[in-house]
Design a protein around this ligand. Structure first.
Ligand code: CA
Length: 512
């Protein structure tokens, strides 16, 4: 069974999910007791509100009861999650799995399906947040660049032996008791659900799989296959490889690729989408005018008396010199000074030398136009204007400083917005401007430190945490900056799900 490819643009976060799965019965088995589920075909508005939920379940129990158990598990979790009254993803997901446990447990009381049970592993992607919940030994992995990390801890007898140092990973994989799970859906009226949260980045991939895969295929092999293929191909290859290795158990792999949304060409890149009709109109008008103008000598040669010789001021094509990319990132309303012409930033044909160029803003005007965005903290705009000044006057030391500061400030802002990848880029730009820039170096280090997985509470040495009491008007990112950490790190340390903080609130500041 192979599920289709699903693409869901999430405009606010500019992420696209591409998910595909493959599931095959074990070689000597009549039925596949694994099930997977994706939210494919669901209402897009519901998905935007509740996120995308993916599931893998591995059923157990004789006489096809295992197959029923895993089917019941995935259908109940899906239904219960999307129908849950709570919009809190962690709560809704945990309770949905508990409901699935109750459903399987009820079914397991019937004599013909007695003893049925199922594992379940769930990946919920909401914005950039990934929630992983599980019961049993089906796993979730996060594949990021050259690394693979098992997010879930198996609820199995062998995993406990490994944890206690009594078995190695490899021994566990071959152990005759490897299929014994210590926690499953259906074995009791209540079940404890493990839940964790990760922050996704474009380029990540998440794998959900049953033990039929992980008993046969090692983590590094999994990483290579997932990293080197699109989700569908990766899922197929993983399942095939497990079957080639013996594959007596059912095998399921569901791969979710996290991609940055491809930006629709120049208009969006310039952040002009709202102005698209205007920009489009201006572009067409400009092209027509330019074409007409260029054609004038030819028309004139046909009708020498009819058209007067064009004067240089006859064509009002507004054109700025080809702007550097970051300049074009400014919005079209970037000119507070009324005397400054509005740059159209429109993709236009290269103006012919005879086309009249309206004056580009003077350095003085550009300086003036800096105040407002600087005060407002509109760093993208500041960077655009400063770069314009520097193209005219490259040795302006004050502007070099400003460019550096703007990149650093913009980087901090992006960190606070939970966009670390883009923040990194800004700090990199800052260091290009000023390679010894202390703040950019520190910010970069803080970002890299926040990327390393936070060790579990048990293994953390008891460092004295700093407690910060929030003052009136304080922003989370500003607090993070003061302590040389990130808003994300503070959120994680305090279990916050949003950046909203209130005066008097005590925040635990993670010690770096
Ligand atoms: Ca299995």
């Amino acid at each position: 069974m192979v599920s289709g490819v699903q693409m869901t643009p999430n405009r606010a976060e500019k992420l696209v999910l591409v998910a595909a799965g493959s599931s095959q019965a074990g070689l000597q088995r009549a039925v596949n007791e694994d099930h997977l589920a994706t939210p494919e075909g669901m209402d897009s508005e519901l998905l935007a509100r509740r996120g995308h939920l993916y599931l893998v379940a591995d059923g157990m129990g004789g006489h096809a009861a295992g197959e029923q158990a895993s089917a019941l598990a995935v259908s109940t979790v899906m239904e219960a999650y999307y129908g849950h009254p709570s919009l809190d993803p962690a709560q809704a997901l945990t309770e949905a799995i508990r409901q699935a446990n109750a459903a399987v447990y009820r079914q397991a009381q019937h004599p013909e399906t007695a003893g049925m049970g199922s594992t379940v592993v769930a990946a919920l992607v909401r914005g950039r947040d990934l929630y992983i919940a599980h019961v049993g030994d089906s796993r979730a992995y996060l594949i990021r660049g050259q690394t693979i990390r098992q997010i879930t801890q198996d609820h199995s007898w062998v995993a406990e032996q490994v944890k206690a140092g009594l078995l190695s990973e490899e021994e566990a994989r071959r152990h005759p008791q490897r299929n014994v799970v210590t926690r499953s859906l259906g074995s009791g009226p209540e079940v404890e659900v493990d839940l964790s949260c990760e922050r996704l980045r474009p380029g990540d991939a998440v794998l959900l799989c049953s033990d039929g895969l992980t008993n046969e295929v090692g983590d590094e092999e999994i990483r290579q296959i997932v990293a080197g293929n699109d989700p569908q191909e990766a899922a197929n290859q993983l399942v095939e490889l497990a079957q080639q290795r013996g594959g007596s158990d059912d095998v399921t792999a569901l791969v979710i690729g996290i991609r940055r949304a491809r930006r629709p060409a120049l208009v969006d890149r310039l952040k002009l989408s709202r102005f698209a009709p205007i920009v489009g109109g201006v572009a067409i008008a400009a092209i027509i005018l330019t074409a007409l103008y260029l054609a004038l000598p030819f028309i004139k040669s046909l009708m020498p008396a009819a058209i007067p010789s064009p004067s240089p001021t006859a064509v009002a094509v507004v054109s700025t010199p080809t702007p550097p990319p970051s300049v074009s990132a400014t919005t079209p309303t970037a000119t507070p000074s009324p005397s400054t012409p509005t740059p159209t930033a429109t993709p236009m044909p290269q103006p012919s030398p005879t086309v009249v160029m309206l004056p580009t803003p003077t350095v003085e005007e550009l300086h003036q136009s800096l105040h407002e965005p600087w005060a407002a903290g509109d760093w993208e705009k500041v960077i655009g204007i400063v770069k314009q000044i520097l193209t005219i006057n490259p040795d302006n030391a004050e502007m070099v400083e400003k460019l550096y500061a703007a990149h650093v400030n913009y980087g901090h802002q992006l960190v606070a917005e939970g966009r670390p990848e883009e923040a990194k880029l800004e700090f990199t730009h800052a260091l290009e401007v000023k390679p010894d820039g202390g703040e950019a170096i520190l910010a970069m280090q803080a970002l890299e430190a926040s990327e390393t997985p936070v060790p579990s509470a048990i293994s953390t040495p008891a460092a004295q945490p700093i407690i910060h009491v929030v003052q009136q008007g304080e922003w989370l990112w500003a607090i993070a900056r003061r302590y040389g950490t990130t808003a994300q790190a503070i959120m994680e340390a305090n279990g916050l799900t949003s950046e909203t903080i209130h005066p008097g609130q005590e925040l635990r500041i993670p010690v770096q």
